[in-house]
Design a protein around this ligand. Structure first.
Ligand SMILES: Cc1cc2nc3c(=O)[nH]c(=O)nc-3n(C[C@H](O)[C@H](O)[C@H](O)COP(=O)(O)O)c2cc1C
Length: 258
């Protein structure tokens, strides 16, 4: 049995909610899936105050006392998640952005390895594909194995043709998502992902010290020495590329302080 949690950034049960339900019932038709739909508007989420205490000292020192940790626990208890949002003013809805900001520390200290994610965006007219790209990139940055999301365009009420198109796209997305959910959860990173890891750990090693929570986290995880965030078998080419990325970033960082 796999557990999937969908985080929905619309306060009403309309297009975004319906698309999520359709996606999840597709998943259930493929295997043993238990799911929960979490409407973010049912939870207390405060706007990030920007103090950066979570980066420097740890997320437990955040001055906002809201439902962030309840939602993080839901992710932790899941094998996969869905980030679903309507397009509001050419971006995710405010509540979805607030949620992602509340997870901001985990962009520095990724947490959600081995879990699958995807995104669903609905919109009236235009701009949603960029939002899908944003959500997919953000969830990858949090550590998820990300399956490309989808954008669905419809006025109200949704026409039969729009509904058929949405169902078709969501069926394909659910198939791809299910395949990743079922696969080994720690895939070999692409060259790009490897580069991001090696660049960030090298600059962190050279620019921070053990007064920083980020630095200590990387130390605890062994990330200053490891090939990647998690044990993986890099081929000869990627091993070499990894070393090169470390060297390049070390030169760039040192040049910054010269
Ligand atoms: C405040 C607000 C801003 C919106 N901005 C856009 C927009 O920039 N582009 C767009 O295509 N649709 C926009 N829409 C339309 C919604 O994205 C669309 O109706 C969506 O399907 C609503 O999702 P829901 O039914 O789950 O609430 C906006 C709607 C609202 C309420």
């Amino acid at each position: 049995m796999k557990r999937v949690t969908a985080f929905v950034g619309s306060a009403r049960k309309k297009h975004t909610h319906d698309a999520v339900v359709q996606f999840l019932s597709n998943l259930q038709s493929m295997g043993d899936i238990e799911y929960e739909i979490v409407r973010l508007s049912d939870y207390r989420l405060e706007a990030c105050r920007g103090c950066k205490v979570c980066f420097a000292k740890g997320e437990e020192h955040c001055p906002s006392k809201d439902d962030r940790d309840v939602l993080i626990q839901k992710i932790m208890a899941s094998d996969g998640v869905v980030f679903a949002s309507p397009n509001y003013s050419f971006h995710v809805s405010g509540i979805m952005k607030t949620f992602l900001d509340r997870l901001g520390f985990a962009f520095h200290r990724p947490l959600f390895f081995g879990k699958t994610s995807t995104s669903i965006v609905t919109q009236g007219i235009h701009g949603g594909n960029k939002i899908v790209g944003y959500l997919d990139f953000a969830s990858w940055g949090l550590g998820f194995n990300t399956v490309k999301g989808s954008c669905h365009t419809a006025f109200e009420p949704m026409t039969e043709k729009e509904k058929q198109k949405m169902d078709r796209v969501l069926a394909g997305q659910a198939r791809r998502y299910y395949a990743i959910l079922e696969k080994p959860a720690y895939p070999v990173p692409t060259l790009f992902k490897l580069m991001i890891f090696r660049f960030s750990r090298t600059s962190m090693r050279l620019e921070l010290d053990d007064r920083s929570r980020d630095y200590r986290y990387y130390m605890e995880k062994g990330w200053f020495e490891s090939d990647y965030y998690y044990p993986t078998r890099l081929g000869v080419l990627k091993k070499g590329a990894g070393k090169l990325f470390d060297l390049v970033q070390a030169r760039v960082t040192r040049a910054k302080y010269r």
